[in-house]
Design a protein around this ligand. Structure first.
Ligand code: DX5
Ligand code: ZN
Length: 216
């Protein structure tokens, strides 16, 4: 199981220090939520945040583009230091072009689907992506409640994609549900609010331990 702390929930005034804490505690990925105020009703970060954090962490930078016109920003995020770039099925017009661009830049490619988007829309892309991101909240904000209906989608995708394929789940994951989500077949788990609190080290270690990992 890979834990991917989401910096949307971090203290922006102490971001570097908090990211380092997650890495020391065993989180091998860092989830970086990019929002444009159009595809989602919120604004977050630009490529500059990836550039600023890159020297601070060796984690896999898992950039989640919740933006329209994603194709315009793939290269800037890749050049800033992203390792993986995930775009939304709901708003990308030329998905094949987008995925080819991400891979041409040497990055891992992902497609995300919202809670109300059927998983079968991903099937035709499974051989062109390195990961599927199943949103378990409607994107835009951290701290929302996990939508349990998506568990069926996770199981469906795991059965369709096989045991080696990366399935990431994002939104409302915490100590009370992470084992359940993991057992549905997710292997990358995003956690924002459940990590960035008064005990970041302890929270990361507890979430990893619940899924039987001390390393991930
Ligand atoms: C929501 C983001 C999620 C969010 C997760 O639009 O994509 O990554 O930050 O935050 P928590 O874990 O607090 O629900
Ligand atoms: Zn996200």
């Amino acid at each position: 199981m890979i834990l991917a702390p989401s910096i949307l929930a971090a203290d922006a005034a102490r971001l570097g220090e908090q990211v380092s804490c997650t890495e020391r505690a065993g989180a091998k990925w860092l989830h970086i939520d990019i929002m444009d105020g159009h595809f989602v009703p919120n604004l977050s970060f630009g490529p500059g945040i990836v550039k600023a954090l890159r020297p601070v962490s060796n984690q896999f930078f898992d950039v989640h583009l919740m933006i329209e016109r994603a194709e315009k920003y793939i290269e800037p995020f890749a050049n800033a230091g992203a390792d993986g770039i995930t775009v939304h099925l709901e708003c990308v017009k030329d998905m094949d072009g987008c995925l080819a661009l991400i891979r041409s830049l040497g990055k891992k490619a992902g497609i995300a689907i919202n809670p109300d988007t059927p998983a079968d829309g991903l099937l035709r892309y499974l051989d062109k992506i390195d990961m599927a991101l199943v949103m378990s909240v409607f994107p835009g904000y951290g701290g929302q409640k996990y939508i349990r209906d998506v568990n069926e989608k996770i199981r469906f995708l795991r059965a369709a994609a096989g045991p080696e394929f990366r399935i990431e789940v994002d939104g409302g994951v915490n100590a009370s549900n992470i084992k359940d989500v993991y057992s549905c077949g997710a292997d990358v788990l995003v956690a924002g609010t459940a990590v960035f609190n008064e005990d970041i080290d302890g929270s990361v270690k507890a979430l990893l331990h619940i899924c039987g990992n001390t390393e991930n």
